[in-house]
Write a protein that binds this ligand. Structure first.
Ligand code: ADP
Ligand code: MG
Length: 360
């Protein structure tokens, strides 16, 4: 059964950080319902966008405050439901460094994000299963793309080599040699994630004390096996869940990068630029086919231009249900990056995916 749906967009605005509070920075973003308005602090010009979800996490304690729990209730539960039906799903977080990507995906101490909440809920559901003919298997892998090299975060020596991205009719797109760990409970995943996160490449930039300069992809494979007692056969239904925390989307100038940092910047941007190009081509193709014109020319989608776009190929315009979390800063001095993130998200919202249930 094929199911067509658009990439769902959730924009989330973080609170002011200490620096912005101290500097009494002006706020340039307002959210009302599904509308998000940004105001150019120089010209006063307003731009308005509409998204599937607008999460205002600016004022902790306020009536409109979007908590981790609320974000999970919408986005996390929706991907779990889809995974249970056998669809591939993916959530990716996009935005400038310090805008709240990792906070939304992983969370902060005492404030777990979409990933830990989702996995905890997944095991709760598995534990609650009382159908003796149905069994579950959960496997996870965790990789990082850093300067166009793919590294296994579950490997003790992730720096040793760069893994190859391959494609086969049976496996689809996969990373050759990537470790897949079978997990039996939430605590297993938690331990593995901790190990993986310590393996991640982090470096200092002026934008944020510790900012991640790499893209990380956590993949969860949920396999449901059903035994048919009458025919003595078993059938599998597998869902692949990709949870992606992208590197900061800011342009290089602002981070004051030099030397190694600058080189990193361009490699990171190679993947992000490629992602932008893929999103643009897909959005154009979807708009063209929606126009109903017979001769609408399809653009070639440049998935092969980067490791990131290869790995995300199924999630973008392919066999998956996809959510993009666009993390933004409320601060006027981040206006340009915020506007660029909102435009990016707006383009991504035009993409249609066709998901099928993976049964065998
Ligand atoms: P990124 O991963 O995009 O670089 P982080 O997720 O690390 O950014 O967020 C930067 C800082 O802002 C962190 O200290 C984080 O805890 C805080 N933060 C981000 N989003 C929120 C939010 N919605 N509510 C509260 N704090 C947030
Ligand atoms: Mg981060």
């Amino acid at each position: 059964m094929a199911d067509t749906s658009s990439v769902q967009i959730a924009v989330r605005m973080r609170p002011f950080n200490e620096r912005e509070k101290k500097l009494k920075t002006a706020k340039c973003v307002e959210m009302v319902g599904q509308m998000c308005t940004v105001t150019d602090p120089e010209s006063g010009k307003e731009r308005q966008f509409s998204f599937n979800y607008c999460y205002d996490s600016f004022q902790p304690g306020s009536e409109h405050f979007a908590s981790q729990e609320m974000v999970f209730r919408d986005l996390g539960i929706s991907y779990l439901e889809n995974a249970w039906k056998g669809y591939n799903c993916s959530i990716f977080a996009y935005g400038q460094t310090g805008a709240g990507k990792s906070y939304s995906m992983t969370g902060a101490p005492g404030q777990p994000g979409i990933i830990p909440r989702g996995l905890a809920e997944m095991f709760q559901r598995i534990d609650a299963n009382d159908d003796p003919d149905l069994s579950f298997r959960v496997e996870v892998s965790f990789l990082e793309i850093y300067m166009e090299k793919v590294r296994d975060l579950f490997s003790a020596t992730p720096t040793a080599g760069s893994l190859k991205v391959r494609e086969s009719p049976k496996l689809g797109i996969y990373v050759e040699g990537l470790k897949k760990e079978r997990v039996a409970c939430y605590e297993d995943v938690e331990q593995l994630m901790e190990l993986g996160n310590t393996m991640r490449t982090v470096a200092q930039t002026n934008m944020n004390a510790v900012s991640s300069r790499s893209h990380s992809v956590l993949t969860v494979l949920l396999t449901q096996t059903r035994i048919n007692k009458e025919s003595m056969t078993a059938s599998d239904m597998t869902s692949k869940i990709n949870l992606i925390d992208l590197a900061g989307s800011e342009r290089q100038g602002k981070t004051g990068a030099e030397g190694q940092r600058l080189k990193e910047g361009s490699a990171i941007n190679q993947s992000l630029t490629a992602l932008g190009n893929v999103i643009e081509a897909l959005a154009d193709n979807c708009v063209a086919s929606a126009s109903g014109k017979k001769k609408a020319k399809k653009r070639l989608v440049p998935y092969r231009d980067s490791k990131l776009t290869r790995i995300l190929q199924e999630s973008l315009g392919g066999n998956a249900k996809t959510i993009m979390v666009a993390a933004i800063s409320p601060a006027a001095d981040n206006f340009k990056e915020t506007l660029s993130t909102l435009r990016y998200a707006n383009r991504a919202s035009k993409i249609q995916n066709v998901a099928v249930i993976n049964e065998s």
